[in-house]
Write a protein that binds this ligand. Structure first.
Ligand SMILES: [Zn+2]
Length: 241
């Protein structure tokens, strides 16, 4: 099945109906292409012949992004020590397309979130692209309804927009794209600091983030329990049955 283009930009490709017709016989695109299009419709306007078609006309092979889905992100609550790293594999060129090709471009997309207005009231900057700021505001407002002892655990945040490489690697951190937040900093556990897994972030908090499209670093073998990032494609049952 060929998914129909969804925007005016995509429709205006100059191709004629006669040129398009044979493509309807193409094989079904891999489902992660559809998951990405559902997750990021502001940037991905279509799927054609094994490619994501961005709204500016650029294309990217779906095969290039397939590795991001190789490990299933568990939507169910954490029950044991994680043995995989679902979400830690990221195809950087995709994120450069989704959120901005450099620091200045990402900076131009930032919007303000008032973090837990009742408990903290601090202003944070995350990207407005793909509804990230609006969704993080919803997360924040829901966290603010939790019992006080839980709210206090996650109140302290850091690192929303920081254009930087992941330490010891040549890859950009997801904080570079202003789609990630670290919460409960004094209660964080990190694989580089400890030999064995530990988590002190309440699972009620995790469930609220996941409901709004953010995955949690506490579900990684290389755990980073304060880290949440906006990755709705990994929470879509179509791609993680
Ligand atoms: Zn982080």
């Amino acid at each position: 099945m060929l998914l129909a283009p969804t925007s005016a930009a995509q429709e205006d490709t100059g191709s004629t109906p006669g040129e398009r017709a044979p493509r309807t016989a193409s094989p079904t695109p891999p489902p992660f292409g559809a998951c990405l299009q559902q997750a990021y419709p502001e940037s991905i306007c279509g799927l054609e012949a094994g490619h994501l078609v961005f709204c500016d006309g650029d294309r990217m092979q779906i095969a290039e992004v397939a590795a991001m889905f190789a490990e299933r992100y568990p939507r169910e609550a954490l029950t044991g020590v994680p043995t995989t790293d679902p979400g830690r594999t990221r195809h950087e060129p995709l994120f450069l397309k989704l959120y901005g090709a450099d620091k200045a471009a990402v900076r131009g997309t930032l919007a303000t979130v008032v973090w837990m207005p009742k408990t903290v009231g601090r202003k944070l900057k995350v990207t407005a692209r793909h509804g990230v700021a609006a969704r993080l505001q919803k997360v924040s407002d829901e966290l603010d309804q939790l019992p006080a002892p839980i709210r206090q655990i996650v109140a302290d945040t850091s690192g929303t927009f920081v254009w930087r490489k992941i330490r010891g690697t040549d890859r950009l951190s997801m904080h570079s794209f202003a789609i990630a937040i670290d919460v409960g900093v004094p209660n964080a556990d990190f694989w580089k600091w400890r030999k064995t897994y530990r988590n002190r972030i309440p699972l009620e908090v995790v469930a609220i983030f996941e409901k709004h499209g953010f995955i949690w670093g506490g579900k990684w073998l290389h755990f980073d329990t304060m880290h949440f990032e906006y990755r709705p494609e990994l929470l879509n049952p179509l791609c993680a049955p």
